[in-house]
Design a protein around this ligand. Structure first.
Ligand SMILES: Nc1ncnc2c1ncn2[C@@H]1O[C@H](COP(=O)(O)OP(=O)(O)OP(=O)(O)O)[C@@H](O)[C@H]1O
Ligand SMILES: [Mg+2]
Length: 275
């Protein structure tokens, strides 16, 4: 039976869509079967990132009872399967998101992982996505407004019976004033699966004429390497040497300095306040 995980944040723009896509691709590259679902049914972005915005049948059609679930699932990059949401506002207004639970139930046994890219906030459509999940993964920036909002999202998921399993800290710049990993662990009372650095390669993902996730374009970019670490932890797989040694910019720089001065590169975990 597949694990259904909703990626939630509270605050908008913290990287849920980017991390859903890249995490799914990282899991697929490790041999797991993955279905990505764009559960942000109002502001669907995942199809734009996967360059699959022309998919004719979408989750909207399924929720409207006008198409079968299997007809709305497509082949995505690196072997992931993908269920897009429609881009039409008119269809969105007619959609009943409470049916999402039944839709996800009907596919979950076919995959190792079903990842739900959720909207920001804790409104109706997010509640529907959390209710359709068994587990939630919290995405936050290392800043207090983002953490305050993700805490509300965590409490909401607990009330709905979906288990919060961990946190991914995104947009980490290792700047003074950022909230440290250990403090985030204490505040959220959850393990951190990865700290994803601010990375221009990730930022540019939506910008190409043919948009493409960093895990496809540049799997060795710091953000992609961190997400590979999260994928390994999530699936209980051994961490690849690249991910172990290069989780984020700071460890990369410290490892480079260390090797210049003759020391052995250390695993990322010991290197900063974040790892
Ligand atoms: N680690 C990162 N470094 C640089 N840019 C990033 C990073 N993560 C995400 N981005 C960029 O930030 C923007 C917002 O990311 P994304 O759309 O994934 O966030 P979101 O949480 O899904 O937003 P929304 O709440 O609107 O759904 C995108 O342009 C993306 O490329
Ligand atoms: Mg999004």
């Amino acid at each position: 039976m597949g694990r259904v995980i909703a990626l939630i944040s509270g605050k908008g723009g913290v990287g849920k869509t980017s991390i859903t896509a890249n995490l799914g691709i990282a899991l697929a590259k490790r041999g797991l079967s993955v279905c990505l679902v764009d559960a942000d049914i109002a502001m669907a972005n995942l199809s734009l990132l996967l360059n699959m915005q022309n998919s004719p049948i979408t989750l909207h059609d399924v929720l409207l009872g006008e198409a079968s679930v299997q007809d709305a699932i497509y082949d995505g990059p690196a072997g992931v399967r993908f269920m897009p949401s429609g881009l039409s506002l008119e269809n969105y207004r007619r959609v009943d998101s409470e049916r999402l639970h039944a839709v996800i139930e009907s596919i979950k046994q076919q995959y190792d992982f079903v990842l739900l890219d959720c909207a920001a906030g804790i409104e109706k459509n997010v509640i529907a996505a959390i209710s359709a999940s068994d587990e939630v993964l919290l995405i936050t920036m290392p800043t207090s407004p983002s953490i305050a909002d993700v805490l509300k999202a965590k409490i909401t998921s607990q009330r709905l019976g979906s288990k919060a399993i961990g946190v991914i800290i995104n947009f980490v710049r290792y700047e003074k004033g950022e909230i440290k990993k250990d403090d985030i662990v204490k505040m959220l009372e959850l393990p951190v699966l990865a700290t994803v650095p601010y990375d221009d390669e990730m930022r540019k993902s939506f910008m190409f004429e043919t948009a493409s996730p960093v895990m496809i374009r540049r799997p060795n970019a710091p953000s992609a390497v961190s997400i590979q670490l999260a994928a390994a932890k999530l699936a209980g797989l051994p961490v690849s040497p690249e991910a172990a040694h290069g989780d984020g910019l700071v460890s990369g720089i410290l490892n480079k300095l260390r090797s210049m001065f003759g020391g052995k590169p250390k695993q990322a975990a010991a290197q900063s306040g974040f790892q």
